[in-house]
Design a protein around this ligand. Structure first.
Ligand code: SAM
Ligand code: SF4
Length: 348
């Protein structure tokens, strides 16, 4: 069939044009199953059965931005704002390392309360004492800011492009531009970070063409990781009432991204798990190879409400041991190393 031809081409060249991507995005039934199977095989050939666990610490829900999709936007006056102290962040990372986590992701809103030197000192201390890979995800900053964190020891940076539609981007992220975001990604690239990109699936105003462009942009950026998850509306944002992103579409987008970026780490995102606990495991069987368990202490976790979090997700046992057991039941092993990118030439 036509779909088989497109998938075969993707498996050989890891290149597809927009039209071909749209065909795969529209696949249903047997075609969709074939897409998932081939993405799963490719994942297995390149990464084996190992799943990388990245423990995430959401250390501050203060944010000066007003992204239309996000519950942390500064105009949300309903949410309780709080910040973890530097010592609390360090202790949470230490506890994670003791359990077996080898990567810690520090994420927050754009919160200028944490001065760059303080963050650098924290990263430095974590690198010296905890033997961890560190990923930062604290939004858009100057190249100098990124440089200081990189020199302090940060290994990776997560900054999703969110949507490849320029107009939609500017509408949903007032005061910022897609080009500005891409410039930040270029800065991060030049500083030698392993880059985490990605985007949301199901944003209001997004079309199937946009999604194809999102996949193509991710390919062009050649990111080391791509976080792809459903949009989930938050009641205290302008996008309240819009439908949630489709789980099936998210899975197709992950599978296609796997075909085009065979060596890129793809998480089965928390947003997906929030919609359907099974969704996360389905993602692991159609191309994904990473899980990002939330290790934020409970009070902070509850208030870090990007989107409404299900109580199931909030109360999930995210200990390293529990994930080892859970993944074993799904036929997968937990990786015990840092899980740096396997892309050739990255580590000189
Ligand atoms: N402030 C940083 C930034 O924006 O890059 C990091 C934290 S931000 C909360 C992390 C990610 O949450 C964003 O990249 C965005 O894709 C995602 N996000 C925000 N609101 C969302 C929503 N309503 N549904 C799904 N994902 C959402
Ligand atoms: Fe702030 Fe990030 Fe949420 Fe935008 S997505 S409001 S920058 S936390």
């Amino acid at each position: 069939t036509k779909i088989e031809k497109v998938i075969t081409k993707a498996l050989i060249t890891h290149e597809l044009n927009k039209e071909e991507i749209i065909m795969l995005l529209e696949a249903e039934g047997k075609d969709k199953e074939l897409l998932f199977q081939e993405a799963d095989k490719l994942r297995k050939n390149n990464f084996g059965d190992e799943v990388h666990l990245r423990g995430i610490i959401e250390f501050s829900n203060y944010c000066s931005r007003e992204c239309f999709y996000c519950g942390l936007r500064c105009q949300n006056h309903v949410v309780n704002r709080n910040r973890m102290t530097i010592d609390e962040i360090y202790e949470a990372a230490k506890e994670a390392r003791n359990q077996g986590y080898m990567t810690i992701v520090l994420q927050s809103g754009e919160d200028s309360w944490y001065k760059v030197d303080i963050l650098a000192e924290l990263i430095n201390k974590m690198k010296d004492n905890l033997d961890l890979a560190i990923t930062m995800s604290v939004g858009e900053h100057s190249k100098n800011f990124y440089k200081i964190l990189r020199e302090a020891g940060a290994d990776r940076y997560l900054l999703k492009h969110e949507t490849s539609d320029k107009e939609l981007f500017e509408k949903l992220r007032p005061g910022t531009t897609l080009q500005g975001r891409l410039n930040r990604l270029k800065d991060l690239r030049e500083l030698g970070y392993q880059i985490g990109g990605g985007f949301m699936v199901g944003l209001p105003g997004q079309s199937i063409e946009t999604l194809a462009d999102d996949i193509l942009l991710t390919k062009e950026l050649d990111v080391e990781m791509a976080g792809i998850g459903p949009f989930i509306p938050h009641p205290e944002t302008p996008l309240r009432g819009y439908p949630v992103g489709s789980v099936s579409m998210v899975l197709k987008v992950i599978a296609i991204t796997r075909l085009l970026l065979p060596l890129t780490h793809l998480p089965a995102t928390t947003a997906l798990a929030n919609l359907s606990p099974e969704g996360r495991f389905k993602a692991l069987s159609c191309g994904a190879n990473v899980i990002m368990p939330d290790l934020t202490p409970m009070i902070y976790k509850t208030n870090y409400e990007i989107y409404p979090k299900s109580s199931e997700l909030l109360n999930f046992d995210n200990s390293f041991a529990s994930w080892e057991k859970e993944l074993l039941q799904h036929g997968r092993r937990v990786s015990k190393d840092y899980g740096h990118t396997p892309k050739p030439g990255f580590f000189a």
